[in-house]
Design a binder for this molecule. Structure first.
Ligand code: GAR
Length: 186
């Protein structure tokens, strides 16, 4: 049974989907979530995690000047087999990435070869793309530049609004992320 920590910054819908799959889905008996961590005390996802009976922890990245150092020490203490980023909107520093080499995984709502950083669905929508991709990748020291684990195409040709694109994409993310995680964990 692999020990995983999930890092979030906000809503936590991917975290919820993974946690449900650990409880009753494809990740059951493959991993155990040892903590949901957030860099924001008031992240909606933390409330959700508590409701699901998961252990939560938070260090406020805005208030702590040595945030990265504190996070590094915290993660070392937890000693997870994998660190799963699920809407974690901060860049992990080089020390953390090196220490947990090939153990940190992220989901990105675009093709990381074409778009890095924030607002992946907005980028696809504003560029009037008929399809986009979701990428699951290892985290390295760059911005969304780590080795790609897998990608899935999303047909957004029928979406009239950004919100429709997001809804369609997120629904796919929720299933796809756990499928990719299972491959890595195995
Ligand atoms: C998801 O769409 C995820 O792919 C994206 O943020 C959203 C988080 O939603 N991540 C990034 O943009 C990372 N660069 P959630 O908090 O409901 O899981």
């Amino acid at each position: 049974m692999k020990k995983v920590v999930i890092l979030i910054s906000g809503r936590g819908s991917n975290m919820k989907a993974i946690a449900e799959n650990v409880q009753t889905g494809n990740l059951q008996n493959h991993c155990e979530i040892i903590e949901i961590f957030s860099n924001k005390f008031n992240a909606e996802g933390l409330k959700l995690a508590t409701k699901m009976g998961l252990k939560t922890f938070s260090i406020a990245s805005r208030k702590q000047k040595n945030y990265n150092e504190l996070l590094f020490e915290h993660l070392k203490k937890l000693a997870p087999d994998f660190i799963i980023l699920a809407g974690y909107m901060k860049i992990l520093n080089a020390k953390i990435v090196k220490h947990f080499n090939r153990k940190i995984i992220n989901i990105h709502p675009a093709d990381t070869n074409l778009h890095q950083g924030l607002n992946g669905y907005k980028w696809a929508f504003e560029n009037k793309m008929s399809k986009t991709k979701i990428t699951v990748h290892f985290v390295d020291e760059g911005l969304d530049s780590g080795e790609i684990i897998d990608q899935i195409e999303v047909d957004i040709s029928n979406c009239q609004t950004l919100s429709e694109v997001e809804q369609k994409g997120l629904k796919i993310e929720h299933k796809f992320y756990s499928e990719c995680l299972l491959k890595i964990i195995e």
